[in-house]
Design a protein around this ligand. Structure first.
Ligand code: ADP
Ligand code: ASP
Ligand code: MG
Length: 470
């Protein structure tokens, strides 16, 4: 099918050096030459986001020398790439890269002087990764004869709330993006948008959470009514497990929005957990494609799932660094108001619950939360419960989930999961199945997570394609 408008997202690996940027630009240029209007959305060069986070921490602790060393290394990396892509030192784009580095240096110096790194200043600093890679992509596209113009997330029209570090787009973004990027596209210019970042109404820079460039791309896709959003990656597509953990993992041809959300929510780093939400609202498909093998179809994410007979489960995934929190107290938990007060305390703190279970004797409630949220969860619970209840936590846990719409109404799936874990001597600490029946998740000891993932992958034959006879 011929497309008229595509949003193409390039991840960190696809931007890691001049060669990768050039190759990514060629993938966009190919479609542009075929007459497709393309919006390009880019991540920071691989490793840069972590480096920025590290140097911000160093500045806060007073180690400005270490922070400056890292900034210098970043500067060298960006200039080398620009030069390698053919940008002359006096070129406007190179001047912009220089100015961005100067502003970064000043922001980091401010953190050092104040010895204070707020969520707001961290966002300002960490968004430089994407702001610096967008001009590189512009240079690469221009080198291939494409007229291009780079923009920050805010300039592209992404307005967010002020939840720094994990901001959400405001509804007004869509019209703004439509106007701003539509104007460029109409003039035959390819917009290159810095992913991961947006801006509050008052102009403060925000970020959309780790992996947020996927989300930027789908927000833009919805705003422009794109035919499809293509996320180019260093993997074939969304796979049956993290290929770094399971060598036999295979690409999944079709997934529903719901299935992808479950996978991302339960730790499959391949997409931001909210990435498909704007697409789901507008029915726009997402394709996850391999930059190394552009002819390979990758994974198509759309409204309907494709269920292969005999393969109820499509993928296995896991989140590490989880804590289990147990609230116990004879009788008290049988009072609905007590349980309600526990959940509202957690909601007020904006803590994501990965799993919840309540014993039928109503003597305890168990919760699984990300380890980084454990302390806040404990404090919130202790502040909201009366003397009779005890709150304890256990760290070092992982949550493993199997995902697939084919599980709905299928008997024996949970039995197969538990059997596979038992056979490998893996103890289950907690179990939950969503009522959507899209997933079953179990909490296990973290050191066993890799062997558990492999055992479950094998037990459901996820590495094998279903045959017609199945
Ligand atoms: P990008 O910068 O392109 O967004 P990421 O590193 O964020 O790339 O995501 C891709 C990585 O996600 C892969 O290299 C892979 O190791 C990891 N990953 C985890 N689970 C999956 C999965 N189910 N399918 C594909 N990749 C996965
Ligand atoms: N660079 C950001 C991160 O590492 C955003 C992204 O890559 O999508 O989280
Ligand atoms: Mg990512």
């Amino acid at each position: 099918m011929a497309h008229s408008l595509l949003v193409m997202k390039f991840g960190g690996t696809n931007m890691q050096d001049a060669g990768a940027v050039r190759h990514s630009a060629s993938l966009a240029a190919r479609s542009i030459r075929e007459g497709v209007r393309v919006v390009v959305v880019v991540s920071a060069m691989a490793g840069v986001t972590n480096q920025l986070l590290r140097l911000a921490d160093a500045a806060e602790k007073g180690d400005i020398a270490a922070a400056n060393d890292e900034i210098a290394a970043l500067r060298t990396r960006h200039f080398a790439a620009a030069q390698d892509l053919g940008a002359a030192p006096d070129r406007e784009t190179v001047r912009e890269i220089r100015e961005l580095h100067e502003t970064l240096r000043q922001a980091v110096y401010g953190v050092y002087l104040l010895r204070e790194l707020t969520a707001r200043s961290r966002d300002l600093i960490v968004a430089f990764g994407e702001r610096l890679s967008a001009p590189l992509m512009q240079v690469a596209l221009e080198g291939q004869g494409v007229r291009a113009h780079h923009l920050s997330g805010g300039q592209a029209g992404i307005v967010t709330d002020s939840h720094f570090g994990n901001a959400r787009p405001l509804p007004g973004s869509y019209e703004r993006i439509h106007d701003r990027l539509g104007g460029l596209l109409g003039a035959g210019v390819t917009p290159v948008v810095a992913g991961f970042m947006g801006e509050t109404e008052s102009g403060a820079i925000t970020t959309l959470g780790r992996g947020g460039t996927d989300f930027s791309a789908t927000i833009i896709g919805k705003a422009l009514g794109a035919d499809e959003v293509w996320a180019w990656k260093d993997v074939d597509g969304v796979m049956s497990a993290d290929p770094r953990v399971v060598r036999e993992a295979r690409n999944i041809e079709v997934l529903s929005y719901g299935e992808v959300m479950e996978l991302a929510y339960f730790g499959a780093k391949v997409l931001h957990p909210l990435a498909v939400t704007p697409l789901r609202e507008s029915g726009i498909p997402l394709r996850v494609k391999s930059a190394a093998d552009p002819g390979f179809p990758g994974t198509l994410v759309q409204e309907e799932s494709h269920n292969e007979p005999g393969h109820p489960v499509k993928a296995v995934t896991a989140i590490r660094g989880v804590s289990l929190i147990n609230v116990s107290g004879a009788g008290a938990l049988g009072v609905p108001e007590v349980v309600a007060s526990l959940f509202s305390a957690i909601a007020r703190e904006n803590i994501t619950l990965l799993m919840v279970s309540q014993s039928s004797s109503m003597s305890n409630v168990s919760l699984a939360v990300q380890g980084v949220d454990a302390r806040r969860t404990l404090a919130a619970l202790r502040g909201s419960v009366t003397g009779e209840l005890q709150v304890e936590d256990k760290g070092g846990v992982a949550v493993l989930a199997i995902v697939g719409a084919g599980m709905r109404g299928q008997k024996g799936v949970a039995a197969r999961l538990f059997g596979a874990l038992a056979q490998h001597d893996i103890n289950i600490l907690m179990i939950s199945q969503g009522s959507s029946e899209l997933n079953i998740s179990v909490a296990i000891e973290e050191p066993q997570v890799e062997s558990a993932t492999r055992a479950v992958h094998a037990a459901f034959a996820l590495g094998e394609r279903a045959t017609a006879a199945d």
